[in-house]
Design a protein around this ligand. Structure first.
Ligand code: HEM
Length: 495
């Protein structure tokens, strides 16, 4: 009996070792990607990229590889990263044939919302149905709801003048309250409470869970079977996000009906009719979508604000220029939040926002796509179908030939006419048919908040806010290494 078990174990070990050796030999010497440069360990095993990913270092690691090896690098046995302008259109352009990669299946729970949909037809149907809620005209109708939260943020800052405040937290709370207001019909009242509500903790846990499930599916499946209540509670974060969306949605419908005159974006989604005769969204699809939109619209906007204000705190000259530009539209003394129509085209504000999005994109990492049937020629080499390919805007937006002095905060680069290369390589919201649906909303929030705060206050770095604490790490979305961003505000007249 013992001998049989021993022989079985030896056979299993031998088969496993042979398989691993075969994989290594194939990946290094026979794979069609064998001639693409990249670190040896990454060419041998996909686990290396996964570990780097989990450590929050994916973006900087890939960026360094491009600096060393050029525009095409192999970052895993079956995964390539590109960094040159010609590839942007091919992989992300309006006519691209590269669908989102299978990893997106682990980024949401089914039924998938627009963000995770990989089928081209399903996606374009959903996008057609949702687009009108995000149109600029819809956003103008919702502007008063957004401005009320910006006003609340301004008062919150006013009440904490001359002391360090964690602005990363305040920006998260305001962005969160705004998307709650617009997509659930009620604010989360995070700013009022001053602490993150459970939903925000669940968003944090959601991103960790995506990393575990996407990179280590077996471990994730095992964790699901371990009956430790705290662990199970952690693993249920994504279900809680959907459940909260469902409950709030049902309350909203019972209070407001389906054709309420409320000027939020949920009303637009609920009352939409398809002009093409296509089926409108079911309630299940609406509240799943809405929960995902809250996720998509919180940390993206708040991290952009955090880094933009960090740069402004380090560059008082740009604060003064902004204040002067905004002040000509809205006097500093007036208690009001400026109107977006007055701000939308201000050149200095626009340049500051763009430069923040360039240097500190909230989604800096690769956006993986799958090479379609038959393969494709990319940068002169035939890339077989099924190969995962991606670009990261962190790298395209720091391309020295396109953006001279690429690591410096220089908004003036956006005040001259933009070159074709700048337009192509700037992709903080991605490009083409999968580009960010919330871009208009994000720009509205970024400009309203920046103009309102800078018009009234000067901002300085807090004692614990250093270049080291603000190093960008990423778990798909960016996060400062120090996990917070302390700043000090003072009234303009006093500074
Ligand atoms: C500064 C703020 C923002 C940035 C930098 C940003 C960035 C991005 C990026 C890079 C993508 C493409 C992701 C991919 O291909 O995997 C994306 C997609 C998306 N974003 Fe945003 N986003 C921002 C704000 C928002 C907001 C406020 C919302 C809505 C509340 C939103 C909703 C979406 C949706 C629905 C998609 C999926 C679009 C599709 O696949 O058709 N985003 N965003």
């Amino acid at each position: 009996m013992v001998a049989t078990i021993l022989i079985g174990a030896i056979l299993c070990a031998a088969v496993s070792i042979t398989y691993v050796l075969y994989q290594i030999t194939y990946n290094l010497f026979f794979s069609p990607l064998r001639n693409v440069p990249g670190p040896l360990i990454a060419r041998v095993t996909p686990r290396w990229l996964m570990l780097i990913d989990m450590a929050g270092r994916r973006t900087s690691w890939i960026h360094n590889l491009h600096s060393r090896h050029g525009p095409t690098v192999r970052i895993a046995p079956n995964e390539l990263s590109f960094a040159n302008m010609e590839m942007v259109k091919v992989i992300y352009g309006q006519q691209t044939t590269f669908p989102k990669a299978p990893i997106y299946d682990t980024m949401s729970l089914p039924p998938f919302g627009i963000f995770s949909m990989r089928d081209r037809q399903d996606h374009s149907h959903r996008r057609r149905l949702l687009s009108h809620a995000f149109a600029q005209s819809s956003l103008y109708e919702s502007e008063p709801l957004i401005r009320a939260h910006v006003e609340e943020l301004t008062q919150r800052v006013q009440s904490g003048l001359c002391r360090p405040m964690d602005m990363m937290l305040l920006f998260r709370l305001v962005a969160f309250d705004i998307v709650g207001e617009l997509f659930l019909g009620q604010s989360f009242n995070g700013l009022k409470a001053g602490t993150p509500p459970q939903f925000l903790h669940d968003i944090d846990q959601h991103f960790i869970l995506c990393g575990i499930e996407g990179n280590f599916p077996l471990i994730y499946a095992m964790l699901l079977r371990i009956p430790i209540p705290a662990l199970q509670r952690f693993l249920k974060a994504r279900q809680r996000l959907i459940a909260y969306g469902k409950e709030t949605f049902e309350n909203y419908i019972s209070e407001n009906g389906r054709m309420s005159g409320r000027k939020d974006l949920l009303t637009k989604v609920v009352s939409l009719k398809s002009d093409t005769g296509e089926a409108p969204l079911t309630d299940l699809e609406i509240y799943t979508e809405v929960s995902n939109l809250i996720l998509a619209g919180t940390d993206t906007t708040s991290m952009t604000l955090t880094y933009m204000f960090w740069q402004l705190a380090k560059n008082p000259k740009w604060q003064q220029m902004l204040r002067q530009e905004v002040g000509e539209k809205v006097p500093t003394s007036s208690g009001t939040v400026p109107g977006f129509s007055e701000l939308a085209q201000l050149p200095i504000l626009d340049a500051v926002v763009k430069e923040a999005l360039r240097l500190h994109p909230a989604a800096p990492a690769s956006l993986p796509r799958e090479t379609p049937q038959g393969g494709k020629i990319l940068n002169g080499s035939h890339i077989p179908e099924g190969t995962i390919v991606s670009m990261q805007c962190y790298t395209t937006q720091r391309d020295a030939a396109t953006f001279p002095d690429p690591n410096a905060f220089r908004p003036e680069r956006w005040m001259a006419p933009e070159s074709e290369a700048m337009k192509e390589m700037m992709m903080p919201f991605s490009k083409g048919s999968r580009a960010c649906l919330g871009k208009n909303l994000a720009m509205m929030e970024l400009k309203l908040i920046t103009a309102s705060l800078i018009n009234k206050f000067s901002v300085w770095l807090g004692p614990n806010c250093t270049d080291e604490s603000m190093v960008m790490t990423d778990h798909f979305l960016v996060l400062p290494k120090g996990g917070k961003c302390e700043m000090i505000f003072s009234r303009v007249e006093e500074s």
